[in-house]
Design a protein around this ligand. Structure first.
Ligand code: URA
Length: 243
C-alpha cells in the first residue's frame, strides 16, 4: 500500500477533522510503531506501520461505510429546505468527509440505509446493470392475496417502462403484511406495486435487506454503526457478479 500523511491517517481512522487530527498529533497522543510522533506530515504505510491513539491501535480505512437504521421523518438528501435529513444523525465530521446515501428511502420509510464516501462502490451498487436486491417489509391497509404475487412478478409501468420482477412473500402471521424484494429502485416502487394490487395503501414500510446485507436489528431507529470488513467485502462481491 502507498504511504499517507500521518494527519490524514489519524483523521480517517478516528473520523476527525484534519485540524483535530493535527492537534492530537501535536499533543503527543499518536504513536507510530511504539514511538510518539509529533510530525503531522510524516508519511506512514498503513499496511506495515502500527499507529496508535493514546496507546490504542488504529485501523486505517480510506473510506467510511455506515449502516443506518433509518427512522421515519428524515429525508435522504444532502440538504432540504423543509425537512431534516438523515445527515442530522451524524457528527459534522462525517458530512465533511463526503458521505452520501446509497440510494434513497422515502421520508416515511424505515430501515436499512447504507452511507459511504466510496463513490465507486456506491455507483456500482446503484447501477441497474448489477440488479442489486432490496428487500422490504410492508404492511398495507388491505390483505395481500395469492394473485398479488403474479402482479408483482409481471411488474407495472412506471415512467413508460415495465418494472422488473418483484417477489412477494405474504406474512404467515398477518395477511396485511409481506416481504417484497426488488432488484431496482424506482421512485415509490413498493408503494406503487402495492397500489397496483387492488389499491392497497402502504401504512408501514421498512427495508430489511440491501445487497445481501441484513439490517442489524440491534440498531434502534436512528442508530448507526460502521460496516464490518466482512460486510464491506459482501457489498463488493455483489457488484462483481457474486451473490
Ligand atoms: N419503495 C417505496 O415505495 N418507498 C421506499 O422508500 C423504497 C421503496
Amino acid at each position: 500500500m502507498s504511504t499517507v500523511r500521518l494527519d490524514k491517517y489519524v483523521s480517517s481512522a478516528l473520523i476527525l477533522s484534519r485540524k483535530d487530527a493535527f492537534s492530537a498529533i501535536r499533543a503527543g497522543r499518536i504513536s507510530v510503531n511504539g514511538s510518539v510522533l509529533k510530525k503531522a506530515d510524516a508519511k506512514v504505510d498503513p499496511s506495515s506501520d502500527e499507529v496508535a491513539f493514546d496507546g490504542k491501535k488504529l485501523t486505517y480505512s480510506e473510506f467510511i461505510y455506515i449502516m443506518l437504521n433509518k427512522p421515519s421523518g428524515l429525508v435522504c438528501a444532502s440538504s432540504d429546505a423543509r425537512d431534516k435529513t438523515v445527515f442530522s444523525l451524524f457528527p459534522k465530521e462525517y458530512a465533511d468527509k463526503g458521505i452520501n446515501c446509497v440510494g434513497r428511502l422515502d421520508k416515511d420509510t424505515y430501515g436499512l440505509l447504507i452511507l459511504t464516501n466510496d463513490g465507486s462502490l456506491s455507483h456500482k451498487l446503484l447501477s441497474p446493470k448489477n440488479a442489486v436486491a432490496k428487500k422490504y417489509f410492508a404492511t398495507c391497509d388491505k390483505p395481500f392475496s395469492e394473485s398479488d404475487k403474479e402482479i408483482m412478478k409481471n411488474g407495472i409501468i412506471i415512467d413508460g417502462k415495465r418494472t422488473s420482477e418483484a417477489k412477494l412473500e405474504i406474512s404467515e402471521d398477518d395477511e396485511n403484511s409481506a416481504y417484497i424484494t426488488l432488484t431496482e429502485g424506482k421512485f415509490h416502487e413498493v408503494k406503487r406495486l402495492c397500489y397496483a394490487c387492488g389499491q392497497k395503501e402502504v401504512v408501514f414500510l421498512k427495508r430489511v435487506e440491501f445487497a445481501s446485507l441484513l439490517l442489524d436489528e440491534s440498531l434502534e431507529y436512528g442508530e448507526w454503526r460502521n460496516l464490518t470488513d466482512d460486510e464491506i467485502a459482501k457489498l463488493r462481491l455483489v457488484t462483481e457478479g457474486g451473490k
